[in-house]
Ligand binder design. Structure first.
Ligand code: PMP
Ligand code: GLN
Length: 459
């Protein structure tokens, strides 16, 4: 009896223990499964890649952390936009018209698209239909997004010229497309190189066009090199686009920053290119108000319809007050379009001495800068300074990231690493360089000179 009760107790205990073990296992499995489900289910979709921080996110944080004495990194002016531009926004903010604070037309505020038509129609030699051939977007970023997402299908190939504004690659992949890269390469290694010395290889470019090619993205004036594509270079691109029935997205946000004797040529104006070109601009660059985030695209109505589909469902409409302010700013510039006072021309005049000053400063301090024909960036080879700087404390994969970070800490001058503007397979092409922005107050450029001299003297 006792023995059998004992056996029974033992059996019950064993059963209970195994029940507990089973429950624990189930719980563990459940927990593990739910942890696995959590991590798996909520991971970044594979089409976005590994999800690294963009160079902008990383370097704006660096600027906040290191507080370099001068920030020549991200491209924006550190001084005021023209008075009439900021005044327009101030007037709108206090206007009696309550509708200026409400949604406006989704594809572009009427007063703005009408003014964009007035600005661009004479420049492209055709009457732009403000309501069917122009789209106002959330910065040029969204114009690129709508142009790419509105046309690129799964498996389509898109030709991208390196170095390239970094979001092109992401947007193409986001649309299911395949970027095909070709790098601009320096013809020579001489001193006093200009951005015109960076060229495309004609054979290599031709070989990238296949029956899967949907689009080519052009950027002139170019970020970061400042290259202003010549008529011959644009003709080469245009002829290939026509031969292979390919669209051209032309990112022209720096259209007004071109230094004499160079001329900005809009590829949409070349023979039979209007039909296949989407041109992109930015109020941030045109009026030195990068924080307003107003951009636009113009193209034939049949292509525009595809951009509108993306825009109407992703953004719908851009802020009314800033669109109205950009419209009023264009009206003022249009009223003095033939005068040298027009901001479209005075901006480049204002920037030229800044460019020359920074080129000279960089040269005198051991860099080998490429003199830009347009835009507001200088790409400079830093490798002559390699002996003076110990990069071993920096962890980044690419030398230009290590250089720009260490240089910001030691010299107090922040620049951007150009390998961010290359595809993974070509990043080494950017590693010997740093990009400096020169749309900065003269006193900050003078301070840059002082800091570079002090750094060199300390070595
Ligand atoms: N394209 C290029 C070449 C740029 O440098 C930039 C940065 N301004 C953009 C597009 C995006 O412009 P936005 O600030 O108007 O979105
Ligand atoms: N276009 C600017 C540059 O190249 C800013 C880019 C950005 O902040 N995303 O520096």
């Amino acid at each position: 009896m006792f023995r059998s009760r004992h056996l029974l107790n033992a059996a019950v205990k064993k059963q209970t223990e195994s029940a507990v073990a089973i429950t624990n296992n189930i719980l563990r499995i459940k927990l593990n499964t739910s942890a696995a489900v959590m991590t798996d289910k909520f991971r970044l979709p594979a089409r976005y890649g590994a999800g690294e921080k963009s160079v902008w996110v990383e370097y704006i944080q660096l600027a906040a952390d290191y507080k370099p004495a001068v920030n020549l990194g991200q491209g924006f002016p550190d001084y005021h936009a023209p008075k009439h531009v900021t005044k327009a926004l101030a007037d709108i903010a206090t206007s009696d018209n309550p509708l200026l604070m409400q949604y406006t037309r989704g594809f572009g505020h009427p007063r703005l698209v009408q003014n964009l038509s007035k600005v661009y129609s004479p420049l492209i030699g055709r009457e732009l239909d403000p309501f069917n051939e122009i789209l106002v977007t959330s910065g040029a970023y969204e114009a690129l997004y709508s142009a790419i997402l509105g046309h690129v299908d799964t498996g389509d190939e898109v030709i991208v010229i390196e170095p390239f504004f970094d979001c092109y690659d992401f947007m193409i992949k986001c649309a299911g497309g395949i970027p095909k890269f070709i790098a601009l390469k320096p013809k020579t290694n001489k001193e006093n190189m200009t951005s015109a010395d960076w060229v495309l290889d004609e054979k290599e470019l031709s070989s990238l066009f296949t029956n899967k090619t949907k689009m080519l993205i052009l950027n002139t004036p170019h970020n970061p090199l400042g290259k202003v594509f010549t008529k011959e270079e644009l003709e080469l691109i245009a002829n290939l686009c026509k031969k292979h029935n390919v669209l051209c997205v032309s990112d022209e946000v720096y259209e007004w920053m071109v230094y004499e004797p160079n001329k900005h040529i809009r590829i949409a104006t070349l023979p039979d290119m209007w039909e296949r070109t989407i041109t992109i601009g930015s109020a941030g660059k045109t009026f030195s108000v990068t924080g307003w985030k107003i951009g636009w695209a113009y193209c034939p109505a049949n292509l525009m319809r595809n951009l509108q589909v993306v825009h109407q469902n992703c953004v719908y409409t851009c802020p009314t007050p800033t669109q109205e302010a950009v419209a009023r700013s264009f009206e003022i510039e249009l009223s003095r379009i033939n005068s040298p006072e027009c901001y479209f021309y005075s901006l480049a005049r204002e920037l030229l001495p800044k460019r020359d000053f920074l080129v000279r400063t960089l040269k005198e301090n051991g860099f080998n800068p490429t003199i830009p024909d347009g835009g507001y960036f200088i790409v400079a080879d830093w490798t002559n300074l390699g002996k003076k700087i110990d990069l071993s404390s920096e962890q980044d994969k690419y030398k230009d990231y290590r250089f720009t970070k260490k240089f910001a800490k030691e010299a107090g001058v922040l620049a951007i690493p150009p390998s961010a503007f290359y595809s993974e397979q070509h990043k080494t092409l950017g590693e010997d360089f740093a990009r400096f922005c020169f749309i900065k107050k003269d006193e900050n450029l003078a301070l840059t000179e002082k800091l570079l001299k002090t750094w060199n003297a300390s070595k």
